[in-house]
Each structure stands twice: as structure tokens, then as C-alpha cells.
Design a protein around this ligand. Structure first.
Ligand SMILES: C[S@@+](CC[C@H](N)C(=O)[O-])C[C@H]1O[C@@H](n2cnc3c(N)ncnc32)[C@H](O)[C@@H]1O
Length: 221
């Protein structure tokens, strides 16, 4: 078992990636559990999590440490948020989701994980949760909807501490099924750059996810 450089809390073994299980003997989505020198790790499935796909496709850095606070937009039932929760055992994950049905499943994960805070909110209306939140060290956005870049940028401006970074996954088909994914990616990147965001890393998610791109960004001006 080896810790991946630049990716605090992410380990590798036998070509899989893993995080150290914050709640031993407990699975979140049926993932495999592995014991190593008295510690339990959860195998991170790149077909269930776009962040795992990005890591396996060469993501260089996630600017978080064990104390970081993370805002997660589009938490769904908690698959990827639970791996963030493993990576920041002394920090917090604000897991935001607007679907009450998904929230019911997410709550089951949050109940067991002391560093996960569920928020039933709409990410397009960040001022509604301004008072429930604090500034965070990292923002992850996976909402798979047409306004994703705009809501990501607004949340970054409102909630990100200075000099910190965020990551957005772009699903081409959620934006326009009639356009070529390369064109959509170019347009989304342009939107971010002309709005004052700098793109630090750009990673395609094939073969795990078709027509998806992950971008690591920071606010440039
Ligand atoms: C692709 S799924 C996220 C999967 C999750 N990130 C994971 O890897 O475990 C997208 C989620 O975003 C949620 N979502 C979409 N638009 C949203 C919005 N405006 N505010 C909050 N959640 C939203 C959807 O309900 C859905 O659960």
C-alpha cells in the first residue's frame, strides 16, 4: 500500500486506488474492503466515481489535507463524498444535494460519518445556504446539469478560501446532446477562463465515463 503523491489520503495497491475507511467494517456502496497493517481501506471504483476516474487517468494534485473543509455540490447518495470524508478525517465535507430522494440515502451515510454535513439545498441558489456554511478549502462540483459551470463559479466565489482550488466534472450530454463533446468542452473552458478562472488540470474520464471532462480550477482574478 502506497500513498499517492499530491493526493493526500489516496493510496494505491495492485492498480486499484483506495482511501482509509473512516468507519471500519462499513461499506457505502458495496465496495471492497482491504486490511493492511491493522488499517482498513476502501477500494475506490472509477466506474462509480468520476473523481476516482480522474485520479486513475493521471490527476496530479488535490489541494486538500486531513483537516480540509470541502463543499461537495451534487452529493447524490454519497459515493464520492464518502471518499472525501475518508481523505479529510479531521475536516468536514458539506454534502449538498437538492433531490429529497437522494438525500434520504445520503443521510444514511452522513449518520455514520461524523465529518459529513448534509445540506438539502439547490446549488444554483448559494445565497440560501450562506448562513449554514463557512469558507472551505476545496469545492467539488458534479451536478450534471446545463448550468453547472455557472453555479460552480458562483459557489467558488462565495465559499472558497483565498488561494484554494476546486474541481468540476463536465458531462457533455447534460449540456447539449446535439453538439460534439469537444465543442462543448471548449465552450465550458472558455466560459471559465473569461470569467476569471484559471484551469490548472484537464482530464478526460474515458474509459470509465464517456464524454466527460474534469477540470481543476482556481480563481485567477
Ligand atoms: C451525477 S450525480 C452525482 C454523483 C456523485 N457526485 C458521486 O460521485 O457520488 C448528480 C447529482 O447532482 C444533483 N443535482 C443536480 N442539480 C443540482 C442542484 N442544482 N443542486 C444540488 N444538487 C443538484 C442530482 O440530484 C444528482 O444527485
Amino acid at each position: 500500500m502506497e500513498q499517492l503523491e499530491g493526493l493526500n489520503g489516496v493510496y494505491t495497491q495492485d492498480q486499484s486506488i483506495l482511501t482509509r475507511n473512516l468507519v471500519p467494517e462499513t461499506k457505502v456502496y458495496g465496495e471492497k474492503l482491504v486490511d493492511h497493517q491493522g488499517q482498513e481501506y476502501r477500494v475506490w471504483d472509477p466506474r462509480r466515481s468520476k473523481l476516482a476516474a480522474a485520479i486513475l487517468n493521471g490527476l496530479q494534485e488535490l489541494k486538500i489535507d486531513s483537516h480540509s473543509k470541502v463543499l461537495y455540490l451534487g452529493a447524490s447518495s454519497g459515493t464520492t463524498p464518502s471518499h472525501f470524508s475518508d481523505m479529510v478525517p479531521d475536516g468536514l465535507v458539506y454534502a449538498l444535494e437538492f433531490s429529497p430522494r437522494m438525500m434520504r440515502e445520503l443521510l444514511r451515510v452522513c449518520e455514520k460519518r461524523k465529518n459529513m454535513v448534509p445540506l438539502l439545498e439547490d446549488a444554483t441558489r448559494p445565497r440560501r445556504y450562506l448562513n449554514l456554511m463557512e469558507k472551505v478549502d476545496f469545492i467539488y462540483c458534479d451536478v450534471a446539469q446545463p448550468q453547472q459551470s455557472e453555479l460552480f463559479m458562483e459557489n467558488m466565489r462565495l465559499f472558497l478560501k483565498p488561494e484554494c482550488e476546486g474541481m468540476i466534472t463536465i458531462k457533455a450530454r447534460s449540456i447539449d446532446v446535439t453538439q460534439k463533446p469537444t465543442k462543448i468542452f471548449r465552450e465550458e473552458e472558455k466560459k471559465l477562463k473569461t470569467s476569471g478562472f484559471k484551469i490548472l488540470e484537464k482530464i478526460k474520464l474515458e474509459p470509465y465515463e464517456k464524454d466527460h471532462l474534469a477540470l481543476v480550477c482556481k480563481i485567477d482574478f
